[in-house]
Design a protein around this ligand. Structure first.
Ligand code: SF4
Length: 393
């Protein structure tokens, strides 16, 4: 079920020396019979292993930074991660943060959103990566959770990689979802713009209500023009319906809100489309956030997506150095979508991600007090009951 995924599968898979015998490596290679598999003899950036024929350049010429990033989307490196797995979400300075813990089972994404910050963040090392030592990732979560059993941890995997985009190759959710289901004080958020949920549906009896599956969503106008290779809004909603039927709670992130002619109708239609098919009682949280990006992203977006209007508009550099819409536009958009969501259900758990205290005051009547309002949304002990599973989706 779900869409055909062959267009996002890599052309070349590189395998680092220490990852060659790992189970995840074998699984991915087996499921990519048409890919060119290359075993590396040393660690390093596999892009430099490509011949001039493969990069389309004559020898001696170098790929530009932007072309390197585009080339990296067709390459996948299977390797082991050697750093510290669990990190507090860096948030953004002078803006309100939701206290999420992050683990990255890889980095880079074969989807291609115009506004994706990875274009800047990973520009020096753009080859997509999957980490094959996932048992260590689970161990790190288990250790952290056991150190402070009275605290409820919310952990996300969708910071440097889409949480579901490779699941047809890795089956990673088959490892992490039952594991999180066995922990009494961890909620996992899987965040995606894809519809690859077959494994999650199969895991209906083991998630134990501890995994929330969330989708970044947008007005169709934005999805169609500026979220290349992603599942359509309808495909994301269909995937959400399937996981709700399998007893999961779901989340939606209206991120980034983009200003365009007809934005009000566009966002209203998106909210209506979602909640005409998804019961609001199955929603764990919904976030709203306006478009923001580091200044160097403007040039990258203009080069990689010359037809997009995203890099333009009335923007200013905010305290965290990112470019954002000027306050009247930003607050108007945040308030509009916030009110649309609250009109579906007054107590819909809506929050703003990476927005200022001033935005909270203007839209919600007050900033969240020392995390209390956010704690109510994210770390409440009395969670919603596990939804009954309603048979195969
Ligand atoms: S889905 Fe997320 S990670 Fe992937 S390209 Fe889009 S914004 Fe980037």
């Amino acid at each position: 079920m779900g869409r055909d995924r062959s267009h996002i599968h890599p052309d070349i898979v590189f395998v680092s020396p220490e990852a060659k015998d790992d189970a995840l490596t074998r699984r991915v290679i087996e499921r990519l019979p048409d890919a060119d598999i290359r075993y590396l003899s040393r660690d390093g950036d596999p892009l430099s292993e490509l011949s001039p024929d493969e990069t389309g350049l004559s020898s001696g010429q170098e790929l530009s930074e932007v072309d390197r990033f585009t080339a990296g989307k067709r390459l996948l490196l299977l390797t082991r991660y050697k750093g510290s797995w669990l990190k507090a979400c860096p948030g953004t300075s002078s803006h309100v943060c939701c206290n999420l813990w992050i683990v990255n089972p890889g980095e880079g994404c074969p989807l291609d959103c115009t506004y994706c910050y990875l274009q800047s963040y990973l520009k020096r090392n753009p080859t997509l990566k999957l980490y094959t030592n996932t048992a260590e990732l689970l161990e790190a979560i288990g250790e952290r959770a056991s150190q402070n059993p009275d605290r409820l941890y919310r952990v996300g995997t969708g910071e440097l990689i889409d949480s579901l985009v490779w699941d047809d190759l890795t089956d990673f959710t088959r490892e992490i979802v039952p594991f999180i289901g066995s922990l009494p004080n961890v909620i996992l958020e899987l965040k995606s713009k894809d519809d690859c949920v077959d494994n999650l549906v199969d895991l209906r009896d083991t998630h134990n209500g501890n995994t929330v599956v969330s989708w970044s969503v947008n007005a169709r106008e934005v999805s169609e023009k500026d979220e290349a290779a992603t599942a359509t809004l309808d495909e994301r909603i269909a995937a959400a319906e399937r996981v709700v039927a399998a007893g999961y709670r779901v989340g939606f992130h209206f991120d980034p809100l983009v200003f365009f002619d007809g934005w009000e109708e566009g966002y209203q239609e998106a909210v209506e489309s979602i909640f005409s098919r998804i019961p609001s009682t199955a929603v764990a949280w919904v976030s709203v956030s306006s478009l923001r990006y580091q200044p160097d992203m403007q040039r990258i977006m203009m080069e990689r997506f010359p037809d997009s209007s995203l890099p333009f508009g009335e923007q200013f550099q905010s305290k965290d150095s990112k470019l954002r819409y000027v306050q009247p536009i930003r607050f108007k958009m945040l308030r509009f979508v916030w009110e649309q969501l609250k009109s579906v259900r007054e107590d819909m758990p809506v929050y703003m991600c990476m927005e200022s205290s001033a935005a909270w005051r203007s839209i919600n009547g007050g900033a969240p007090v020392a995390g209390s309002e956010l704690a109510e949304v994210f770390t409440r002990r009395g969670r919603l009951p596990i939804l009954p599973s309603s048979g195969p989706a």
